[in-house]
Design a protein around this ligand. Structure first.
Ligand SMILES: [Mg+2]
Length: 413
């Protein structure tokens, strides 16, 4: 039996949820932004009215307001988005167990074996689309095809609230003329290399020479050719075997009570590095940090913040954490001393999720950080965590790495 795979993508997800929460927003151009009060906050999502006025995701607020002066900006409400995302997944699961989330607003569904019960792939897509709309008020674009990547491409090419079917008979005609960067595995760097090889369209990639591709990309060379042909071996995961990690955190109790800002800063950097490394190992970037201080009377103080630029970089996490620390603690005012500090990152998105991460500004600085991170990871994995240290941590005798603990929260589904 030919595989039938759906890729369901919720339309303008963050902005659509905001419009459901507050129906007045339906009639105004609306953007969900990093920090609505700051002119430099970034547009994370927008509704159709804002889109029509030319507002673009990833743009800074002041630029968007030049195009659309009456743009209403609201901060993201990740808890609410997660709630809607779960509601929609429950509907998908009525049709198949093979539901694999990709970011908060996208899922693949393998419905090959669901056809006897629910009809043709197109009919199933239609049923799902209508049920999601009726139950939640959200609309979806659905791609229907015989491979995961073609299904994903299908939803990308579909308009809002539309279904796009790509079959074995028409994929060459429908897909092969498209620019190769439409494929999610073709990022900016790969695109430059492919263009050098004179591969500009998906069709050209499909017909590329396997051994030349392997010389350039190793085993991914063949994989790239496969995705352009819809023959990649990837399967849709069974939802019951997935465990969604909600947050990744590290905390530690200091060997001595912390009395100075310098000591606290060292501990914050130490923890940020651990959290960042674990985020990278698990393939996540975070959009929210929760920061907790425990004093020597065992009282907890905490603050959290969300930010627009998802990160798994220690320097960035430390920067946000220091900001939260200054909100949480003042050495001159507090009468107690600090016993322990914990940093936890949540609102996790996949770092492989080009679609999601492309929404955000990708600066040179970030690329530089990420290169440094990768090198540090290689050294630490090869020679042990203690072999490479920030200069800042060289005299940090109050930190006992043995007592550090992980506190990932899992959501069992
Ligand atoms: Mg979407």
């Amino acid at each position: 039996m030919e595989r039938a795979i759906l890729h369901c993508d919720l339309n303008n997800f963050y902005a659509s949820v905001e419009c459901i929460k507050n129906s007045e927003y339906k009639n105004v151009p609306l953007a969900v932004t990093g920090n609505p009060k700051k002119r430099t906050g970034i547009i994370l999502a927008k509704n159709t009215l804002a889109k029509e006025k030319g507002v673009k995701t990833g743009e800074v607020i002041w630029k968007a307001k030049q195009l659309c002066p009456d743009l209403v900006c609201v901060s993201p409400d990740f808890e609410e988005y997660a709630k809607y995302s779960d509601l929609v997944k429950k509907i998908y699961l009525k049709y198949t167990d093979f539901v694999e989330p990709f970011g908060i607003d996208e899922c693949w569904l393998d419905i090959t074996k669901s056809q006897k019960l629910f009809g043709s792939p197109y009919q199933i897509a239609e049923k799902i689309k209508e049920e999601v709309k009726k139950t939640t008020g959200l609309t979806i674009s659905i791609g229907v095809s015989f491979s995961k990547m073609f299904a994903k491409l299908g939803s990308k090419l579909a308009k809002n609230d539309e279904i796009n079917v790509i079959t074995k008979n028409d994929y060459k005609e429908k897909i092969w003329h498209l620019p190769v960067e439409k494929l999610i595995y073709v990022g900016r760097k790969r695109l430059v290399e492919l263009k050098k090889m004179n591969i500009n369209t998906i069709g050209e990639l499909a017909k590329a020479n396997k051994s030349i591709m392997e010389q350039h990309y190793g085993i991914s060379g063949e994989y790239l050719i496969q995705i352009a042909n819809g023959t990649e071996p990837d399967e849709v995961a069974n939802f019951n075997n997935l465990r969604t990690i909600k947050s990744i955190g590290n905390g530690t109790t200091s060997i001595i009570d912390i009395q100075t800002f310098e000591q606290a800063k060292q501990l914050i950097y130490f923890l940020s590095e651990m959290v960042a490394k674990r985020l990278r190992e698990k393939g996540f970037k975070s959009l929210c940090i929760h920061f907790t201080v425990k004093d020597n009377t065992l009282t907890h103080f905490s603050h959290s913040k969300t930010f627009e630029n998802p990160t798994n970089n220690a320097q960035e996490i430390a920067k946000h954490s220091l900001e939260l620390f200054n909100k949480t603690w003042s050495f001159s005012k507090q009468k107690t001393l600090i016993r322990a500090i914990r940093i936890s990152c949540s609102s996790l998105i996949s770092d492989k999720d080009n679609y999601q991460t492309n929404l955000f500004i990708d600066t040179k600085k970030e690329e530089k950080y990420s290169k440094a991170d990768k090198t540090i990871d290689i050294i630490k994995n090869k020679y042990g965590d203690s072999k490479i240290k920030r200069a800042l941590l060289l005299n940090a005798t109050h930190i006992n790495s043995e007592t550090s603990d992980n506190d990932d929260f899992f959501e069992e589904i």
